[in-house]
Design a protein around this ligand. Structure first.
Ligand SMILES: Cc1cc2nc3c(=O)[nH]c(=O)nc-3n(C[C@H](O)[C@H](O)[C@H](O)COP(=O)(O)OP(=O)(O)OC[C@H]3O[C@@H](n4cnc5c(N)ncnc54)[C@H](O)[C@@H]3O)c2cc1C
Length: 500
């Protein structure tokens, strides 16, 4: 079928999140002409950016690790990351504020020992044992599982014994709690699955590897903001000859009767013929909204109706006419409840009065992001997804005030008096802006039965020529995972096209 564009596209990428951009770069670098179609007016997806009154706000990911994945991507295109972006190490990695008024600077495994001793001297031994066990979990879960395609049940069966040996059947919290007793340490060592949309009381203990990634590779910040990485990736893709079309929402994926992809049609009426379509759009949106039911047996509506989803986020982006030199770049402000709050978010689907929030103050590292003497910040508060019947239009102003008042009281004195600008982004906005099913922040929830072979496959099992990248496919959500998904997926595509 003819394309409305003068180029004869071989590969179409739907969606320009970090996963889509990574896949586009890899395919273009391998010599396949790629056109990337993005719904919005900028690339980056969750990692987008906006400015307001001289403040620059990155909307999503801020903790960048491990840098070697970015280097691998640029090197696949014959380039060096350092020619495009400058990565800065952030230390301490986080500061944790507990509701009893105590706090902890989470710097590194050994550096934390003193703090562990202060909280509970009897936990030092358990903490050391925990550290010893997390290293092999990282080697298995990240270095081995993370780069495998899991395109056969056999592949999953082969790794199962190792998973059992590393207690994959335990939850992250259960694993941590079997090593340390202090409730604050249990929180400090178990909250990380929330960064990828997981419930710490349910996510498999394999996800303790997140703490080890940060330990081994550090926590990094892209000078100027995460959007500078997105801009660099776009520049690289275009230098290689790739074509980006913004404001181009794909409305359907055209499939032939023998279940082969033929192309895509956009909402504005354009048609792009393609042999290969890589979708970086939300996986449920990709299957349920873009592909007719009759073509998808494995990815049926029923499958996605039964699936478990990650939580959403209530985002507040705000600028303050005051500086907080004692604050760190990344902080977690824990509320009074931990397990009960998590259950409210993931199970009861309600918005309670208490909350925990991740406070991001990039101007602590990078002063250019706000006018002189000011700070740019965001508060990222995990909330239930659209499975709740919350009317966010009704709820958002009150919830915003509650969060800002609490921050003013607990960690940012004078915030309310110096507030300059505020923008709100709700779960409903995740749905409207990103086509995110149930308005989630991170797509399918990372649980054992939705990981590896059990996650929607990188190579579609329903439609030939259709592939997935991004948070909803293997290995999952988070910047490292979506970049790795692009590596896995493009290897599969090349194997299919080149018979390698
Ligand atoms: C607030 C927040 C903070 C986070 N912080 C971190 C962090 O610090 N570190 C970390 O590692 N991870 C973090 N994450 C997770 C990480 O950002 C995401 O998992 C990752 O960026 C998702 O990338 P993706 O490739 O799945 O694409 P997405 O970012 O989901 O992008 C998908 C793109 O597809 C487009 N699209 C959708 N439908 C269509 C269509 N029909 N046609 C065309 N285009 C379409 C969307 O507009 C979007 O641009 C954070 C996430 C959020 C929300």
């Amino acid at each position: 079928m003819a394309s409305t564009d003068e180029r004869d596209e071989d590969v179409i990428v739907i969606g320009g999140g970090l996963g889509g951009l990574s896949a586009a770069i890899r395919m273009q670098a391998a010599g396949y002409p790629v056109t990337l179609l993005e719904k919005r007016d900028q690339l980056g997806g969750r990692a987008s950016v906006f400015t307001k009154k001289g403040y620059t706000f990155d909307t999503g990911p801020t903790i960048i690790t491990p840098p070697f994945l970015i280097d691998d991507l640029f090197q696949a295109a014959g380039r060096e990351t350092s020619d495009y972006v400058d990565l800065m190490r952030v230390d301490p990695k986080y500061r944790l504020y507990f509701s009893d008024g105590t706090q902890m600077d989470y710097s590194g495994y050994e550096d934390n020992i003193e703090q562990v001793e202060e909280f509970n001297p009897r936990d030092v031994e358990g903490y050391r044992k925990f550290l010893e066990k997390v290293k092999p979990i990282y080697e298995l879960g990240f270095e081995k599982f993370g780069s495998m395609a899991f395109d056969s049940l056999f592949a999953m069966a082969k790794v199962a014994p190792a998973g059992i040996r590393h207690k994959a059947y335990k939850s992250v919290y259960g694993f941590v709690a079997s090593h340390v007793k202090d409730p604050r340490l249990r929180m400090a060592l178990s909250f990380n699955p929330l960064f990828i949309g997981g419930d710490p009381f349910e996510a498999t203990a394999i996800y303790t590897l997140i703490t080890y990634i940060e330990e081994k590779h550090g926590v990094w910040w892209v000078r100027g903001g995460t959007h500078k990485l997105v801009e660099a990736m776009q520049a690289l893709f275009e230098e290689l000859g790739g074509l980006v079309k913004l404001n181009s929402e794909v409305q359907s994926i055209d499939v032939s009767d023998d279940k082969r992809v033929r192309g895509v049609a956009t909402a504005s009426g354009d048609y792009y013929g393609a042999d290969v379509v890589i979708s970086n759009a939300d996986v449920v949106h990709t299957y349920m909204d873009l592909i007719e039911r009759k073509y998808r047996k494995k990815n049926s509506d029923k499958r996605y109706e039964k699936a478990k989803y990650s939580m959403s986020l209530f985002m507040l982006y705000f600028g303050v006419k005051k500086q907080y030199p004692d604050m760190t770049h990344h902080s977690i402000v824990f509320g009074p409840r931990y397990k009960a709050l998590i259950k409210d978010i993931f199970k009861h689907h309600v918005i309670p009065d208490d909350f925990s929030t991740y406070l991001h103050i990039p101007t602590r590292t990078d002063s250019e992001l706000a006018p002189p003497g000011c700070e740019a910040m965001y508060a990222c508060t995990p909330v239930t997804n659209l499975d709740s019947d919350t009317d966010w239009d009704d709820k958002k102003e009150g919830f915003k005030d509650h969060i800002l008042e609490t921050l003013d009281e607990r960690v940012l004195p004078g915030l309310l008096d110096n507030l300059d600008v505020v923008s709100i982004f709700t779960p409903q906005d995740y749905k409207t802006e990103f086509n995110a099913h149930k308005g989630t922040g991170f797509s399918l929830r990372p649980i054992l039965l939705q990981s590896g072979w059990f996650r929607p496959h990188n190579r579609s099992r329903d439609v030939k020529g259709l592939y997935l990248v991004g948070a909803g496919t293997h290995p999952g959500a988070g910047v490292p995972s979506v970049i790795m998904s692009a590596d896995i997926t493009t290897d599969l595509i090349r194997e299919d096209l080149e018979g390698e």
